[in-house]
Design a protein around this ligand. Structure first.
Ligand code: ADP
Ligand code: ZN
Length: 528
């Protein structure tokens, strides 16, 4: 049932006052209106909410919106109510409501007055709620922040794993629309599996933010780094920026140092009382302060369009975090400068923070940190690396908007070395990860290698004149080139792609820039 375009535009104007759809919105809405399962991957600010709000208002019955953040639910409901003249068009149902409030919500639902009901996943774990929903006409289920399903997402919520079984209890064949701003290929595949979206229409928007400039700077001694930051801020006088740090203490210290250097700055972290937090957030929104020095507690739901720079004083724990945090710059489409200070010490600090976690969490965390390190040390276009992380292939040779593109490193010919690498992966029957493959190439033995008799392979030690650091870097670049890939299902196993197979048949010239070297002994010595 394709909905007539005119009817859709009328509804858009009537309910939201907009004249046109953004990006994939129209296609997504048509997919939902025709009752299909739909999977939406769209960066923050892309306009995801409208994708389920409009069909919810148009379809008979009430849509259930599953949202992980109880704190933001009231906001969302207020927004929807703001569009409509009727307060009961949207409600939320979660543990913060009193008995009387719940009764009112239920009455509106039974009377068919409510079109959108925001629920926490916990709400759906209660049998009495499920029984109540069974008696209602539910139009569809929207699962917001769907990445919470995956342990590979940045915000795993175990209750999200049980959503599908709970949804099935409400009714057979309820259409599901899953939405997220943060789906790497691994997370996407988890979402599809968990919500059974194999037949869903999938809409992926580009994650590219062309107006953001990405830059990595080596982190040196504390005073030096702070001097560097102060200099940058003075060059951007009167502009708003966010500085992210790893812990609360550093936010305070850094804010104090900035103030001492004539910058209007305040600290922000979860340890401050709510009044102070709200006050400082307001100061930032109303430009009474230029810079907010914050832990990652800051930023969720903040919509300041003219943040001109985002500085990471410590490297973030994943590239996904980096993308989200830098994404708060330049929302208005104008300039946004993203600087990340990088040191090996900070990597160790991140690893240290995971010491009390379970083995599997530590392994996963280490993998995410490795990817961030690879990004920081890479001499390849930053944009290309970030987009590759989200499963997107960025073709442009020189983006002109990152440090590596503006100041390219000298490139070297690696044709023969790529041949060695592909041959090694093939010789190992594509059943090993990068560390093992590199050990073979550099001729390192281990009990496992001897047992498998891999030290007898022709390629064993063929690349020993270069070290593991070199091969690691080359491997990452060949992934960006699409000659090899890591298996998403069996995380880490290296495969030669079709493009790689073609290259092996007929090798051609490949020039790459080597990674940056970060000089250990000039680095920051600060203690936690
Ligand atoms: P997301 O949830 O993807 O981060 P939002 O749903 O919060 O994005 O939308 C971001 C902004 O874009 C909001 O201010 C919203 O009002 C606006 N917006 C959404 N759709 C449209 C549209 N079709 N035309 C104009 N503005 C829109
Ligand atoms: Zn670039």
């Amino acid at each position: 049932m394709a909905v007539v375009k005119e009817r859709l535009m009328d509804a858009l104007r009537e309910h939201f006052g907009f004249d046109s759809f953004k990006g994939n919105q129209e296609k997504i809405i048509n997919s939902i209106l025709s009752g299909k399962d739909t999977f939406v991957i769209m960066p923050t600010g892309g306009g995801k909410s409208l994708c389920y709000q409009l069909p919810a208002l148009m379809r008979p019955g009430c849509a259930l919106i599953v949202s992980p953040l109880i704190a933001l639910m009231k906001n969302q409901v207020d927004l929807v109510r703001g569009y409509s003249s009727k307060d009961n068009v949207a409600h939320f149902l979660n543990s913060t409501l009193s008995k009387a409030q719940i009764k009112k919500v239920r009455a509106d639902l039974t009377a068919g007055k409510t079109k959108l009901l925001y629920v926490a996943p916990e709400t759906l774990t209660k049998q009495e709620n499920l029984d109540f929903f069974k008696e209602l006409e539910i139009s569809f289920i929207a699962v917001d922040e769907a990445h919470c399903i995956s342990e590979w997402g940045h915000d795993f919520r175990p209750e999200y794993r049980r959503l599908k079984e709970m949804i099935d209890q409400i009714s057979d064949n309820l259409p599901i629309i899953a939405l997220t701003a943060t789906a790497t290929p691994k997370v996407q595949s988890d979402i599809v599996k968990n919500l059974c979206l194999n037949k869903a229409n999938i809409f992926i928007s580009s994650f590219n933010r062309p107006n953001l400039y990405y830059e990595i700077r080596p982190k040196r001694k504390k005073e030096q780094t702070i001097k560097d930051i102060v200099k940058f801020i003075h060059q951007h006088k009167g502009k708003s920026g966010i500085i992210y740090t790893l812990n609360r203490k550093t936010t305070e210290e850094l804010a104090d140092m900035l103030v001492a250097n004539g910058v209007k700055a305040v600290a922000y972290h979860a340890g401050l009382d709510p009044t102070t937090r709200a006050q400082r957030q307001d100061m930032f929104l109303h430009e009474d302060t230029e810079v907010i020095v914050a832990t990652i507690a800051f930023g969720m739901g903040i919509d300041k369009p003219d943040v001109r720079f985002v500085i990471h004083y410590n490297i973030p724990k994943s590239l996904e975090n980096y993308y989200q945090e830098t994404g708060r710059a330049g929302r208005d489409g104008l300039e946004g400068h993203c600087i990340c200070y990088y040191s090996h010490k900070d990597v160790q600090k991140l690893e240290h923070l995971m010491r009390d976690k379970s083995l599997s969490e530590r392994e996963m965390g280490a993998q995410l940190i490795n990817e961030t390190v690879a990004y920081a040390e890479s001499a390849v276009c930053r944009r290309r690396v970030i987009l590759h992380y989200f499963g997107e292939h960025y073709e442009t040779e020189n983006c002109g908007q990152c440090d590596n593109c503006r100041n390219p490193k000298e490139k070297i010919e690696v044709k023969n070395r790529v041949v060695i690498m592909l041959k090694a992966i093939r010789a190992l029957e594509e059943r090993f990860g990068s560390e093992y493959v590199i050990n073979i190439i550099t001729g390192k033995t281990s009990p496992q290698i001897s047992t498998y008799r891999h030290d007898k392979l022709d390629v064993f030690g063929e690349g020993k004149e270069f070290d593991a650091h070199f091969w690691n870097s080359l491997m990452r670049q060949m992934m960006l080139e699409g000659l090899i890939e890591k298996d998403i299902e069996e995380y880490g196993l290296l495969k030669v792609t079709d493009k790689g197979a073609k290259f092996l048949k007929k090798p051609y010239s490949i020039m790459v820039a080597l990674n940056h070297q970060f000089d250990e002994d000039t680095l920051d010595e600060e203690e936690e």
